[in-house]
Write a protein that binds this ligand. Structure first.
Ligand code: UT7
Length: 328
């Protein structure tokens, strides 16, 4: 018999510094009208001195407080990120040290923007293995560290931030029950979204100038089409698996990458616009942090209420995608 996993606490943190669309007009050849109509983004938070660890630490403290738990009760720390403080050690290990705890498990997950939904599935598996597990699962990204500020087609899209959740076993009746998760990948079209520089296929060579490959490179149109197709398909699959329809979903919470993508997915699924959560206007695309930030924001603002069935869905580099059903 499987054990149910429940979300016990939520929290998020973004850096203070804001870049509005008007601020970006001073950096690249762009304008508020283009960014707003093509993406729905109005502003994004950008780190000054903070690192991925700093953002994750603040979000984690809020999630622990929300769950009414102390850090030393945790058994696992998992961080979904591809812009951690450094490749080794993992940001999860560094977070363990900053939280003042030892001798627990810690690892980062690299599944790009889909990392948090991948992380929910990993956490569910760990809780099934050991129902006493108490897991801190974060999505955190400092994507502006990998953005080419001379490339207007990408630099306007991204922001920094972290979201954190606490997951533990439960009876399946209490709030925050993870009903199910589905995660997928297809390496074929991976070249449509890459950050190559520094990897072993593109190692740094002495005296080499940092080039284009060091930054996010993306075929926007292809990713747009993939996003709508993959999220719609996986949402339909998870609903059908549980004999549910779009009418049963109280809140659709998609990866916050682009308002047009979010609205297209809602429309194709048949979820009314009022039931679709959007905060991409405030934070831009924060990659793996997007879903946990949106979850915490939606609950704080009263968009998600007790009793709501929430459908999360995501897509990203890899290419990867996924969905999760959460009963609040
Ligand atoms: O987490 C996953 C991350 N990736 C995504 O979510 C990206 C998915 N794709 C998208 O969101 C959209 O494809 C974009 C927002 C990236 C681009 O929108 P689009 O409607 O597909 O525009 P486009 O790339 O086809 O570009 C249209 C025009 C081009 O000019 P020309 O060739 O028509 O003269 C671009 O040069 O818009 C121009 N353009 C800009 N203009 C002003 C591209 N970026 C900008 C900009 N400001 N920032």
């Amino acid at each position: 018999m499987s054990t149910f996993s429940h979300i016990r606490g939520l929290g998020f943190h973004v850096p203070e510094r804001l870049y509005t669309n008007t601020d970006l007009e001073k950096i690249v050849d762009t304008n508020d009208e283009w960014i707003t109509t093509r993406t729905g983004i109005k502003q994004r938070h950008v780190v000054e001195d903070e690192t991925c660890l700093d953002l994750t630490y603040e979000a984690s403290l809020k999630a622990l407080k929300d769950a009414g738990m102390e850090a030393d009760e945790l058994t696992h720390i998992i961080i979904a990120t591809f812009t951690g403080d450094m490749p080794v050690p993992s940001t999860a290990c560094m977070l363990m040290e900053r939280l003042g705890i030892k001798n627990k498990a810690a690892m980062d997950i690299a599944a790009a923007c889909s990392g948090f939904v991948y992380g929910i599935e990993v956490a569910r598996a760990l809780i099934n293995l050991d129902p006493t597990a108490k897991i801190l699962l974060c999505g955190a990204e400092v994507l502006t560290s990998r953005v080419n500020w001379e490339d207007r087609s990408t630099c306007v899209l991204f922001g920094d931030g972290a979201g954190a959740t606490i997951l533990t076993a439960g009876d399946g009746i209490e709030t925050g029950k993870i009903v199910d998760t589905l995660i997928r990948a297809d390496g074929g079209p991976s070249s449509n979204l890459t950050v190559k520089g520094g990897g072993s296929a593109h190692p740094y060579k002495i005296n080499q100038k940092v080039g284009e490959e060091y930054f996010v490179q993306m075929q926007g149109r292809e990713i747009y089409r993939f996003a709508v197709r993959s999220m719609t398909a996986i949402c339909n699959e998870i609903l059908e698996k549980h004999n549910l329809t779009a009418d049963d979903v109280n809140v659709l919470l998609p990866h916050q990458a682009n308002l047009r993508i979010i609205e297209a997915v809602g429309k194709k699924l048949g979820v009314d616009r009022e039931r679709v959560f959007v905060n991409v206007d405030k934070y831009g695309n924060t990659s793996a942090a997007s879903i946990p930030i949106a979850l915490a924001d939606a609950r704080e603002s009263g968009f998600i209420n007790e009793g709501d069935l929430v459908l999360l869905t995501t897509f990203g580099g890899g290419l990867t995608w996924g969905a999760a059903l959460v009963q609040f």
